[in-house]
Design a protein around this ligand. Sequence first.
Ligand code: G3I
Length: 356
Amino acid sequence: MSLPGSLYGLSRRSLLGSALALGACQPAAQSQTPTISLPPLKSIAPFPVGTAVQAVHLTDPSLARLIAAQASQLTPEWEMKMEYIVRDDGTFRFEAPDAIAAFARDNGLGLFGHTLVWYAQTSPAFERLDEGRVSFAQAYRNYIHAVVGRYRGQAVGWDVVNEAVAEDGEGWRDSLWSQRLGAFEHMVLAFQNAREADPTAKLFLNDYNLEWIPKKRATFLRLVERLLAAGAPIDGVGTQTHVAADQAPGEIARTIAELGQFGLQVHVSEFDVSLSRAQGLRLNRAELERQQAALYGEAAEAFMALPPRQRFAFSFWGLRDSESWLKREDASDTPLPFDDQGRAKAAAAAWAARVG
Ligand code: G3I
């Protein structure tokens, strides 16, 4: 049985035949959501509306219906990352991302690839790479070409490099990638390999807390400038925008506006507004939800203020509260536009009012 490839760019058979095989390639009780009737978000917005999704979500009929009705583009939440695709022996697996891609195709939705190069995920196969058989740079290229090439012509874009800027904005993160291929060079290489693998996909640099830490935003912007000056084929910038209800008004808008300065595509790539992370505000739930709705409105209004050609997509990091990653931190959190039953919340209405 030959596998779709590996870091070595070889079939599993030839790989396993080698002695040098890469050791081989919800808050207390939910406040009762008032019934809000909204047209599908994607029918209101004059730009693509995205959502994070996992393959398992698509086997839940009510959730699959909500996703197909509300979103125009899907971002695999984790199954297009190295942690899923690259097995410990360096071989690749694509069952889950292929299922997401098939659902997108069957429902006329776009597919946004997330993410190729991330300091947080390196895979043992890269860490233990036997460079006697293939160089690190070649394995890096094989991986990017195998993943991006697989969805060539379907993926509308990719987070090529994710979270490259240091937590406090003081420089860039150290990672296996920067150590082995160069602090800046590994990023240029990633963009170049992704462009070669799919010339039609828009290529993004993505990061988070840009609205929370001005220094991080400034360093991110300088990095974009440096990538552009180096001729890296970057088409867009992604601001994840995972915020809490205590986010100071105006910072999301300021961030989106500043990201627009290069004339590149702008992707609000992972939007959610946590109530639980804003406990410092000592507000009651209704007050937190009002803050949340105000931030949904601010983000929508700021995104609409971009020139239409720069509005790549506004993606939520999930649609229904019940699937939010934030539930793992606090099961009572309700950060998304729809409640556990898929009903639109006040936050969704505030967002819709400013994009429609
Ligand atoms: O579903 C499997 C389960 O079958 C298995 O038993 C279990 C143990 O391995 O793993 C489960 O998969 C987990 C998956 O989330 C689904 O819950 C993965 O281990 C876990 O790593 C994965 O976490 C994701 C995380 O990125 C790391 O990839 C989160 O869902 C996802 O929301 C989070 O998303 C990130 C963005 O990529 C970057 N920006 C921040 C954002 C939130 O952290």
